[in-house]
Write a protein that binds this ligand. Structure first.
Ligand code: SF4
Length: 350
């Protein structure tokens, strides 16, 4: 019997109505438009995409900071997508969020010790003495010294604040952590230490993690599996090794080709595919493949038919592209075959 996943998202949709009640044009922003995801026990799934792709909205729906328009979000087998705030309360033990900006996510009037104790107090864990002990232990596990408990958030560095945010998110021992760009606001040297703390704590505590980022080097470092998002949909998902070794979707190929690489010798003969244009607005209705307006190899079918996310070349490597086939694998996007989509500019990395 296969183990029950910690998180199972099916057909997730989140649309926002925009426009003025005083006569302005109304429109629907399709932030998330039919996302399926699964995260196993102790697994880190990296969700990567450009700004505006809908990845943070997926995180908000999964952690029920917002209510999905439709679809199901199962946490440990129980559908939480339609629960009210009160009904959601018992599940708050099991899912916690770490935000991008630790400063705005920490209460400036509370000391670090109070901040980390607060979830324990709200969920009725132990007496005050026990809560102080548990919070101190959690802070220590994130690498913070004993004396930090009496300080306020404004007295801490960005890295220290994010460690406090981690301690608060993990103090109840959640099954799932949603980390939304947790290192994007930090200096590069601090980023590495925070990522290592997350990996150490994850190995130690065994929580699952939805790690949301736009940074390919971060997602490569931390993820077990990766899902690539574009305009509210998943374009490709597979293991970290497979995605970087054999990206199949044209969007993933272009993302990876444009990413900076630390080893210049390794990219000497690599073509960089620079896509034309920006991510289309999620308020503009799109037919067919969401990527067709920028895809250098789009064909007529791409404009009319939505490609299903399917394991075309392997059961655990899902891709949503009409031109990925079991026989030939990934299409070559450096050689456009027609002009239905965008025209890439191809640069040799040397
Ligand atoms: Fe989408 Fe077509 Fe390009 Fe595949 S070839 S990514 S289906 S536009």
């Amino acid at each position: 019997m296969t183990e029950q996943p910690v998180l199972e998202v099916t057909g997730l949709v989140k649309h926002y109505q925009t426009g003025s009640r005083l006569g302005g044009a109304r429109s629907v922003v399709r932030a998330v438009d039919g996302v399926d995801l699964t995260i196993g026990r102790g697994e880190i799934l990296g969700l990567v995409g450009e700004s505006g792709s809908g990845k943070s909205t997926v995180g908000k729906c999964v952690s029920r900071l917002t209510t999905p328009t439709s679809g199901t979000v199962k946490l440990l087998g129980r559908d939480i997508s339609t629960l009210t705030r009160g009904q959601m309360r018992p599940f708050r033990n099991d899912v916690h969020v770490v935000f991008q900006d630790p400063f705005s996510s920490l209460n400036p009037r509370m000391t670090v010790g109070q901040i980390v104790m607060e979830p324990l107090r709200q969920h009725g864990h132990g007496n005050r003495r026990e809560r102080i002990g548990t919070a101190a232990e959690m802070l220590e596990r994130t690498g913070l010294s004993h004396d930090i408990r009496s300080r306020y958030p404004h007295e801490l560095s960005g890295g220290q604040r994010q460690r406090v945010a981690l301690a608060r998110a993990l103090v109840l021992g959640p099954s799932l952590v949603v980390a939304d760009e947790p290192v994007s606001a930090l200096d590069v040297s601090v980023q590495a230490s925070i990522l290592n703390v997350i990996l150490d704590l994850q190995a130690d505590m065994g929580f699952s993690c939805l790690f949301i980022t736009h940074d390919l080097s971060v997602v490569e470092f931390i993820s077990d599996r990766i899902a690539v998002m574009y305009l509210g949909k998943i374009m490709e998902t597979t293991t970290r090794g497979e995605l970087f070794r054999d990206p199949q979707h044209p969007y993933t190929q272009s993302l990876l080709s444009a990413a900076p690489v630390a080893d210049p010798a390794g990219v000497r003969n690599r073509d960089r595919i620079i896509l034309s244009g920006d991510l289309p607005s999620p308020s503009e209705p799109v037919t067919g493949c969401p990527f067709h307006s920028r895809c250098p190899i789009a064909i007529e079918k791409c404009v009319t038919d939505v490609p299903p996310l399917a394991g075309i070349t392997a059961p655990d490597h899902l891709t949503a592209c009409h031109l990925v086939t079991a026989e030939s694998g990934a299409p070559d996007i450096s050689a456009p075959i027609n002009s239905m989509g965008g025209t890439p500019s191809v640069h040799n990395a040397s």
